[in-house]
Design a protein around this ligand. Structure first.
Ligand SMILES: [Fe+2]
Length: 278
């Protein structure tokens, strides 16, 4: 259930200004807050304990130095913990209780984000074409999406945590406990409104390809605002089963593009491991 602005308004927003936002219900906000508390506990562990919490497919813990925004020499100034449906069972055997708990807390909200992303995806598909077999898309995000916490490495205010990039996914939902996210459109840079319950909705490269370029991927960056406090952000990266990636509208922008291969290779573009085919 999308509290505000609702799915149709969200889709219209994406079409008109290139991005949108939504607010969480009180119940979901409580669950997200609990996940933030579990993330803070986990990231405060010593490095050895955190590194024992590696999981396959780029999930579990990833230390600073690996993920980047397109330039491997300039890693994003974050450490990461990611959760997914594919690693839900594996996470039960993590050797560190805090890692196990964090994955579980994240999966308690994963399903809601997945359903919301599916609703937005269907809405965008309906907007660009009248003959998309929507039923075939049902459940298509479940095994290809992930929820990720990023905690910043302390950085001088004004410096980049990550530089301008588009996400290689279908959709990203972004939330953080502090300022930093900036949306880049042409020469202008703006900060989306930030409240404890607001998530920013950002279309990625895969949504752009499925729509024949009608929706553009949103460029964004993150800048440090405090030299003494870590910024924690929660990101839901929605991707679609590659087997379902038939373009909704064919244009020169996607006519010769193998969208399924893009999904399988996208994580590698940013230094991470992606999900293998089912
Ligand atoms: Fe991003």
């Amino acid at each position: 259930m999308l509290i505000a602005p609702g799915i149709e308004a969200c889709v219209a927003d994406i079409s008109k200004r290139g991005w949108s936002s939504f607010a969480l219900s009180d119940d979901l906000q409580r669950k997200v807050s609990t996940a933030y508390e579990a993330a803070a506990t986990f990231f405060d562990l010593d490095e050895k304990s955190k590194e024992a919490c590696l999981l396959p497919y780029g999930c579990g813990y990833t230390p600073f130095g690996r993920e980047h925004s397109g330039n491997p020499a300039l890693p994003d100034r974050v450490e990461i913990f990611a959760a997914s449906a594919r690693t839900q069972d594996l996470a039960l055997d993590l050797p560190c209780a805090a890692g196990c708990d964090l994955h579980e807390r994240m999966m308690e909200v994963f399903r809601w984000f997945e359903m919301t992303a599916e609703d937005i995806m269907r809405g965008v598909a309906r907007m660009v074409a009248s003959d998309v077999p929507e039923q075939e898309l049902t459940g298509g995000l479940h095994r290809w999406s992930q929820l990720q916490f990023n905690r910043t490495i302390l950085t001088e205010p004004g410096q980049f945590i990550n530089t301008a990039h588009e996400d290689g996914h279908l959709l990203t939902f972004a939330h953080a406990n502090g300022r930093g996210l900036e949306i880049v459109t042409g020469l202008s840079v703006l900060e989306p409104d930030r409240t404890s319950s607001a998530f920013t909705v950002m279309p990625g490269a895969i949504l752009s390809l499925l729509t024949g370029g009608e929706i553009r991927p949103l460029y964004h960056q993150v800048r440090a605002h405090s030299r003494s406090e870590h910024r924690l952000s929660l990101l839901f990266f929605a991707d679609l089963d590659p087997q379902l990636c038939k373009p909704w509208k064919i244009t020169p922008a996607n006519r010769d593009v193998d969208i399924a291969s893009r999904i399988l290779g996208n994580a590698g573009r940013f230094g991470m491991d992606g999900f293998p085919p089912d």
